[in-house]
Design a protein around this ligand. Structure first.
Ligand code: SAH
Length: 247
C-alpha cells in the first residue's frame, strides 16, 4: 500500500478518531496524523478502533496543518461543501488515483476537517486539490469516519488496479521548502511596495494557488529564490554582460 497520510484536523470526538483508525486499517493504511485533537488519547478512541489500536498508538499528534504536511509533495483537502476556492475538484475515485500517483515520488497527505465546522479556508490553502465525495446535494455531510472509509476504500481499489494511477512527471519539492519560498516572496513584494498592506492575505492566497498549481521541484524553487535574492541584493552591472549566466 502507498504511504498515504490520513490527517484529521481538530477532530472533536475521540470515538470518531478510533473509527477512522479502524476504517484505515481495514483498507491497509496505517499512517494517521492528528492535528490538535480536542481529546486524545481517550478510551472511546480505543473502543471504536476495535482492534486498530496499533494505528492509534502510532498516530502522530501535531499542532497545525503546516506541521502535518511539511514533508508532503502533494496534499488534498476533503470537503462536504462546494467552496469558492479555485482548486481542481476531484471525486473520491479520481482523488485516490491522484494520491497514489504522487505517493510514488514522496509523502502525500489527505486532510479531513472537524465534525462541526470542516476545514477552514486557511487549512484548505495547504492543498493542491479539493476532494468531494459525490453525495445527495440535499444532505452532503458524511460522518468523518464514513468519509475516511470511502477514501481509504478507493485508495485500495486504485492500488489493486481498478483505476489507472497517473505517473507523476517530476518530484515536487516538499511543502516546507515551498512555504519558505512563499515567505521569501511575501517579504520581497512587501519590501518593494507591491503588497497592498490592506489586503495582504488575498494576494498571497492567489499567488500561493498559482505556484502550487505548478508543483515546482527543488531546482525550480531555487531559481525562483535566486531571483528574489537578486531583487533584494541587485547584482552590480558588469561590462559587456547583462547579468549572471543562469540559463
Ligand atoms: N459541517 C461541515 C462538515 C464536516 S463533516 C462542513 O460543512 O464542512 C467532517 C469532515 O468529513 C469534512 O470536513 C470532510 O473532511 C469529510 N466529509 C464529510 N462529507 C464529505 C463529502 N461529501 N465529501 C468529502 N469529504 C466529506
Amino acid at each position: 500500500m502507498p504511504d498515504i497520510r490520513i490527517i484529521l484536523v481538530r477532530p472533536q470526538h475521540p470515538g470518531n478518531i478510533g473509527a477512522c483508525a479502524r476504517a484505515m486499517k481495514n483498507m491497509g493504511l496505517k499512517n494517521l496524523v492528528l492535528v490538535a485533537p480536542q481529546r486524545f488519547p481517550a478510551e472511546e478512541a480505543v473502543a471504536r478502533a476495535a482492534g486498530a489500536d496499533d494505528v492509534l498508538a502510532a498516530a502522530a499528534v501535531v499542532a497545525d496543518v503546516s506541521a502535518a504536511v511539511a514533508d508532503c509533495v502533494f496534499v488534498a483537502a476533503t470537503s462536504a461543501r462546494a467552496r469558492t476556492i479555485a482548486l481542481p475538484p476531484l471525486d473520491a475515485r479520481e482523488a485516490a488515483a491522484t494520491l497514489c500517483g504522487h505517493a510514488r515520488s514522496g509523502p502525500v497527505g489527505l486532510l479531513f476537517g472537524a465534525e462541526r465546522t470542516g476545514l477552514t479556508n486557511e487549512e484548505v490553502d495547504y492543498a493542491h486539490a479539493l476532494v468531494q465525495i459525490p453525495v445527495d446535494p440535499g444532505f452532503a455531510s458524511l460522518n468523518l469516519a464514513a468519509a475516511v472509509q470511502i477514501l481509504c476504500y478507493e485508495i485500495r481499489c486504485s492500488v489493486q488496479g481498478a483505476v489507472p494511477i497517473p505517473q507523476p512527471d517530476h518530484r515536487p519539492a516538499p511543502q516546507e521548502a515551498f512555504n519558505r519560498f512563499l515567505g521569501h516572496l511575501e517579504q520581497v513584494i512587501t519590501d518593494i511596495g507591491f503588497l497592498n498592506e490592506r489586503h495582504p492575505r488575498k494576494l498571497m492566497r492567489r499567488l500561493t494557488r498559482l505556484f502550487r498549481r505548478a508543483h515546482p521541484d527543488d531546482n525550480e524553487l531555487q531559481i525562483l529564490r535566486g531571483i528574489l535574492n537578486a531583487v533584494q541584493h541587485p547584482y552590480p552591472p558588469r561590462k559587456g554582460a547583462s547579468g549572471p549566466d543562469n540559463t
